[in-house]
Ligand binder design. Sequence first.
Ligand SMILES: Nc1nc2c(ncn2[C@@H]2O[C@H](COP(=O)(O)OP(=O)(O)OP(=O)(O)O)[C@@H](O)[C@H]2O)c(=O)[nH]1
Length: 284
Amino acid sequence: MLSSTDPFTQAAAQYLDQHIDVVNGLDKPVYTAFEVADQRYFLSVTRMDDSRGLNWVIVTGMPQATLMSNTHTTLRITLGITLAATLAAMLLGVVIARQLVAAERRLTQANQQLLDSNEKLQYVASTDNLTGLMNRRKFLDIAERELLQYERYQRDFSIILMDLDHFKQVNDQYGHNVGDLVLKQTAEILLHCSRKQDAVARWGGEEFILLLPATELDTAVLVAERIRRSIEDYNYESGIKLTGSFGVVSLARLDALDIGALVNAADERLYQSKHGGRNQVSVS
Ligand SMILES: Nc1nc2c(ncn2[C@@H]2O[C@H](COP(=O)(O)OP(=O)(O)OP(=O)(O)O)[C@@H](O)[C@H]2O)c(=O)[nH]1
């Protein structure tokens, strides 16, 4: 019935012959395998009826070696693509991670620089550049805060206003640079005579101001006296001797809920000291 000498065709024909009953009853493809002359074949058999009523049996087959080689090639390509994709993804991940780390480092540095400049700006805005003491603006900030504390808790505080006596003569006699040095030395005396929590500021020129928190008038007068004596005893630059005049007030005694009024009252007492002969502390 079949004239082909091809072993696969022969084997397929033989298979169909032996299984013709099974093939006739097929409603879906079947797959099978067999060996012919030490060669293993895979076979797929599909039955089909066409529109003219003819019955067809479609047989496709392939030697195992060819099938395996095709499968291996497909597998190798799939594996190759997967490996390449994984490596590319890892590489991309590493590049992105490095970029992120670098960006974060730059952001942290910029943040730090901003904080540093902000700190410097605040320092410059609140410091007297000759003496290093706080300036008038910073002092007034602190005084306003103390005033709030007084309003809420009735915590009294005192102010000492001090002016060096005849300071003009220092400048005239020794020059402005020595005058500057004397002002710096005075600032050191004030810091030395006060507590850490006291606000010590340069009010302007050769005038200084102190705010003593939680300090009543009597204690503030003692502090002012201690400063007065220290200035009197101090040997300034070039052997200069100086004195200072003081005005002292406390908030509770004045009952003035206004820093301006408080400083004005201290200034009036300072004026009394000047007119009373200088080198003294005036209270009322
Ligand atoms: N070297 C120096 N002198 C200053 C500074 N600020 C103000 N002065 C000087 O301080 C002097 C103040 O003089 P006056 O206001 O007459 O006061 P005084 O000589 O201390 O006299 P009394 O206050 O009346 O005892 C002036 O000569 C100002 O030029 C400063 O930053 N450095």
